[in-house]
Write a protein that binds this ligand. Structure first.
Ligand SMILES: [Mg+2]
Length: 152
């Protein structure tokens, strides 16, 4: 019998529109990862994280996520390159929503995110209200799923 008191115990390898929204947080800064994880947990998501682009690609290749929060500025491989590589993966892995999280906020930067294959754009610093609004608008079934699996 499934233990509903611990939705995080469900493996991220179990995809499906019925479970909680699965998010991958990619950021080289541990504080940024932690802040975003906390906000997403309050929104009822199941979260994994990655500290660099290569790990993010590995995780997206191995399992299904509903969305990836991608830091644009990372050493070694930035978020733009990581997103381009995710888009070259086999379906359905290449179809994941990728949201750019960046301190850059000009229209050129936004265009650069979309040109790399990103789905959306959230300027840093992120706030929970804007994040919730974005998810309600852009993540299929988010409202129903977050009600079905309310935040702990
Ligand atoms: Mg960074």
């Amino acid at each position: 019998m499934e233990d509903r008191s611990q939705p995080n115990a469900r493996g991220a390898s179990e995809p499906g529109p019925s479970g909680p929204v699965r998010a991958l947080v990619v950021d080289d800064n541990p504080i940024n990862r932690r802040v975003l994880r906390l906000m997403l947990r309050r929104l009822g998501c199941v979260i994994e994280d990655a500290m660099d682009g290569a790990t993010a690609i590995e995780k997206v290749t191995e399992r299904r996520f509903d969305l990836v929060f991608m830091d644009c500025e990372m050493p070694m491989m930035d978020g733009f390159e990581a997103t381009r590589r995710i888009r070259r993966l086999a379906p359905p892995h290449n179809e994941v929503l990728v949201v750019a999280t960046t301190a850059y906020v000009t229209h050129d930067d936004e265009r650069r995110c979309y040109a790399a294959g990103m789905t959306g754009f959230l300027p840093k610093p992120l706030d929970r209200k804007a994040l919730g609004e974005w998810m309600r608008a852009r993540v299929p079934g988010f409202v129903e799923r977050s009600q079905q699996f309310p935040c702990m």
